[in-house]
Design a protein around this ligand. Sequence first.
Ligand SMILES: CC(C)(COP(=O)(O)OP(=O)(O)OC[C@H]1O[C@@H](n2cnc3c(N)ncnc32)[C@H](O)[C@@H]1OP(=O)(O)O)[C@@H](O)C(=O)NCCC(=O)NCCS
Length: 199
Amino acid sequence: MKKANGCNPSNNDYEECYLFDPQILHDLEFENQKSASYKPEINLTNLGEGLTIRPLCISDYDKGYLSLLNQLTEVGDVSREQFEERFQLMKSQPNLYYTVVIEDTVMHRVVGTTTLVKEMHFIRQCGFRGRIEDVIVHSSYQGKQLGKLLVDALTLLSKRLGCYMVSLECDDRVVPFYSKFGYVKEEEHNYMLRRFIPK
Ligand SMILES: CC(C)(COP(=O)(O)OP(=O)(O)OC[C@H]1O[C@@H](n2cnc3c(N)ncnc32)[C@H](O)[C@@H]1OP(=O)(O)O)[C@@H](O)C(=O)NCCC(=O)NCCS
C-alpha cells in the first residue's frame, strides 16, 4: 500500500502520496453499513474491472482530475503548481478534507470523484458538520453504480468521523439519487447564497 504521508517533493513517492490515509476507506465496513443497494454487487474493493477507489493524489492532475471536475462546473486554468499548492494546503489541515477518486487503472484516468469536507464548529458541543461536494462521474462511466458508491462511502465516512450531520446541495433532478442514501429535503430550510463571481 502506498504511503499516506511523505508528501515531500524530494521523496520518490511524492506524486503518489495521498490526501488522507487510505486505511480510513478500508476501515469503513462498507458491506455492512452501505445505504444503497447494488445490482450487481460492487463494493470499495471490487468496483469492476480495472477500477479502483482511493484518496486523491498529486499525480491525479495528469489523470484528468480537473477536466472531470470541469464536466460539473467551471474549474478555470489551474496550473500544476497551483494544484500542488492547494493539495498540500488541504493535506496540512489534518482530517478535514477527504477527496476520493475512482481511477480506471487501465486508462490511467480519474473517472469519478467527490469530496467530504469536515467542518469544525462550536455548536453541538464543539461538533463537526460534514459537507459532500463536487460529485461527478465521467459521462462514459455513468450508470455503473460508481456515483452511488462514491456518495454512499463518503456519507458513511462522515458518520464514522463523528459529524452531527452531513449535507449537500443539488438540483431537483438529482434529489431521487441522493434519497437513496437517506438525504432528505427539509422544506422549512432555504438554501441562500450570494455570488461574487457570476455563474
Ligand atoms: C449523478 C451522478 C453522480 C450519478 O452517478 P452514476 O454513476 O451515473 O449513477 P449510479 O450508476 O451510481 O446510480 C444509479 C442509480 O442512481 C439513479 N440515478 C443516476 N443518476 C441519476 C440522476 N441524475 N437523477 C436521479 N437518479 C439518478 C439511477 O436511476 C440508478 O438507480 P437504481 O440504483 O435504483 O437503479 C452522475 O450521473 C453524474 O456525475 N452526473 C453529472 C454531474 C452531477 O449531476 N452531479 C451531481 C451534482 S449535485
